[in-house]
Design a binder for this molecule. Sequence first.
Ligand code: FE
Ligand code: FE
Ligand code: ZN
Length: 301
Amino acid sequence: MLGSHVGLSGKEQFLGSVKEALSYGADTFMVYTGAPQNTLRRNLCDMRIPEAKALMAENGITEFVVHAPYIINLGNTLKPDQFKFSVDFLREELHRTTEMGSRTLVLHPGSHVGEGEDAGIMQIIRGINETLDADTEAHIALETMAGKGSELGKSFEQLARIYDGVIHNNKLRLCLDTCHLNDAGYNVKGDFEGVLAEMERYFPINQVACIHLNDSKNEQGAAKDRHENIGFGTIGFERLCAITRMPEFANTPIILETPYMSTEEGGKDRSLPPYKAEIEMLREGVFNPELWKTVAETQKK
Ligand code: FE
Ligand code: FE
Ligand code: ZN
């Protein structure tokens, strides 16, 4: 399954998200339940969920994932209020995820904000334990992080430590972000099989509930986290395309989170989504920068 992250806003709400995914030729997608930078959320009954579900069913979309807002930080040991807010909000997000019809909520594990890896990981475990109970339906997919600043989850070893501390860890899953793995030091470009083998020292492959397919602007190990368009970065088209064809991930939502394009070459406006072109290139298996211009032209109209 191949798709991209899509918006959720305005009158159309979740129905608009599904329409946007279909406009890219996607058969899955990822959505934030509102703006990713804040935690203002609509009531579920105002999100046009039944219409969105009907449109998905009509078009054979059987799976999608939800991404928690990135201001949630379960790793924060310095601000108790913020930690409590994160826990409460995460619980609501899990409920929204289920109501919208998804079984996967992608979460950045958290940052230790200077207090050190051990303290941060302990706090993340505590936060997840306060969030999940035996009746939680959706899974939390912990995303592999680039290791920028004090981010945790930059290695499978760290993610395994979190799993080990979580009581209901049968409700945890993984989200592999190719840009983050590269930036964290894993050899995605040259030896992705080796990266998976390293993962399998800690997790069976069926723990992967989502893949974020992004090229990277930076070299392996840069600890930066700057996504690049497919085929224009340091990982390259060949490897990223090969990942979309792996039988192990045939039923895994593979989600593009690549930057928007500009209307003019070298322009700064970044107003055009690249996803229709990227999905087409990945499906065809051919890197074709010309396709960009064509897609950009049709989207300007
Ligand atoms: Fe993410
Ligand atoms: Fe990601
Ligand atoms: Zn990222």
